[in-house]
Design a protein around this ligand. Structure first.
Ligand code: FES
Ligand SMILES: [Fe+2]
Length: 426
């Protein structure tokens, strides 16, 4: 359980809150790069950490991410004209460049210098791996660029998409670092006992802190002869999870980011990349939800057409006979729909005072502890974990290891140093 006070502290990320200060020390995913296809493209609404913003590319292709409200009389710049290196408010024509400076104020006399006194909030951005990120914190504390390995491979070796979730960001993250739910929530073939996660439905969770967050493993005991099935993951502060995907020559790593939109909503970014030489095949892209846009409305805030109002497409007969949830997990949606259904069912803001955590929840407990510690560290003027570059080479993997093997030591070269595969870099 968590006290109401600490729970609120972890969930609230608006400007001025302790966790808001922590979040603003990282590069925040703001939108997918294709949402801004080229110079002078239509502006896009962005809501991030409770702030309403507008994104655009100017005539030179530079990205602007600025406050939505025009400083004149607060009309939204989303309706603005994106033209000649700036966005112009359509109410009275005030114009702003990507740095937030007012470059034209046609409603005032030509002799006026009022425009030189007006500016809007504009955040610096980084474009990496098909994602545009914003830095919303103090200028002198800007973190290292977010060069996760998946952002460094070619576009053909990677896939990334996003979907809007109607819950606070923390229950998304806690669902991600919860390794044991795979045996239940994502058991989509109940009769199949060949799958290790179906066969062994509890695991020993081991968490090891690092300077970017932690690495954690779930260890399922198969049998003395077979050994242990180990899934090894990473949590990179504040909201990124890396999980093992396909293994072998064309191994893949996938993961998520649960980015706070505001205190009751988050944007879930799903990504996958291959460590092999061949580009990602269509099936893998499909499975990881790139084509989930069949059910995600990109023109309506990336909301899913399967949601609470239609019970997330649950089929009780399928639940009785075939899958644990009855909620679809087909190539159109990946497992994300099942996660979203359950995480939203915990309420927009989960009540953690009345929960009962078990040994399977160790990774969740550690994440909370680290985030609370980060709030204290930042309040005291320090740097939170994960603002450096120490996560650039980490990968997630899964293996069957001998029963007496220490998975952490055994897997360290691949887990931390990128050993074993040389992916195709852009
Ligand atoms: S409200 Fe934007 S120019 Fe007047
Ligand atoms: Fe899940």
């Amino acid at each position: 359980m968590l006290s109401t006070q600490n729970n609120q502290l972890l969930m609230q990320t608006n400007a001025g809150t302790p966790m808001g200060h922590v979040m603003r020390r990282y590069w925040m995913p703001a939108l997918l790069a294709w949402e801004l296809p080229g110079p002078d493209c239509p502006p896009v609404r962005v809501r991030l950490l409770g702030e309403n913003l507008v994104a655009f590319r100017d005539s030179s292709g530079r990205i602007g991410l600025v406050q939505a409200s025009c400083p004149h009389r607060r009309a939204s710049l989303f309706w603005g004209r994106n033209e000649e290196d700036g966005i112009r408010c359509v109410y009275h024509g005030w114009k702003f460049n990507v740095e937030g400076r007012c470059t034209d104020m046609p409603s005032e006399p030509e002799t006026s210098n009022f425009k030189d006194k007006v500016s809007i909030t504009a955040y610096p951005t980084e474009e990496q791996g098909g994602i545009i990120r914003a830095y919303m914190g103090p200028a002198d504390r800007r973190p290292a660029p977010p060069l996760f390995e998946w952002t460094q491979v070619t576009a053909q070796h990677r896939s990334v998409n996003k979907v809007f979730q109607e819950s606070n960001w923390l229950q998304g993250l806690e669902g991600g670092v919860d390794s044991i739910h795979v045996s239940y929530l994502h058991n989509n073939k109940m009769q199949d006992l060949n799958t290790f996660t179906n066969r062994v439905t509890n695991a020993l969770i081991e968490v090891t802190p690092t300077d970017y967050g932690y690495t954690y493993g779930s260890v399922r005991k198969l049998s003395a002869e077979e050994g242990n099935f180990v899934k090894a993951y990473h949590y990179v502060m504040p909201f990124t999870q890396l999980r093992p995907d396909a293994q072998g020559k064309d191994a893949m790593v996938s993961g998520h980011m649960w980015v706070p939109v505001d205190d009751e909503h988050c944007m879930v970014y799903n990504w996958v990349y291959t460590l092999g030489q061949e580009p990602l095949d269509e099936e893998s892209i499909y499975k990881h939800g790139d084509l989930a846009y069949e059910i995600v409305d990109v023109n309506n805030g990336f909301k899913s057409s399967w949601n609470y109002d239609n019970d997330y497409g649950i089929d009780r007969e399928v639940q009785r006979a075939t899958t644990y949830t009855g909620i679809p997990c087909d190539p159109r949606v990946g497992a994300n729909l099942q996660d979203r259904a359950i995480q939203e069912s915990m309420g927009a803001q989960c009540d953690r005072e009345n929960e009962h955590l078990g040994t399977s929840d160790r990774a969740i407990i550690m994440a909370r502890r680290m985030l609370l510690q980060a709030a204290t560290t930042v309040a005291d003027g320090g740097d939170p974990p994960g603002v450096g570059s120490s996560y650039y080479k980490v990968r997630s993997i899964e293996y069957v290891l001998p029963a007496d093997a220490q998975w952490h030591e055994h897997l360290a070269p691949e887990l931390f140093e990128g050993a074993g595969h040389t992916p195709v870099l852009a």
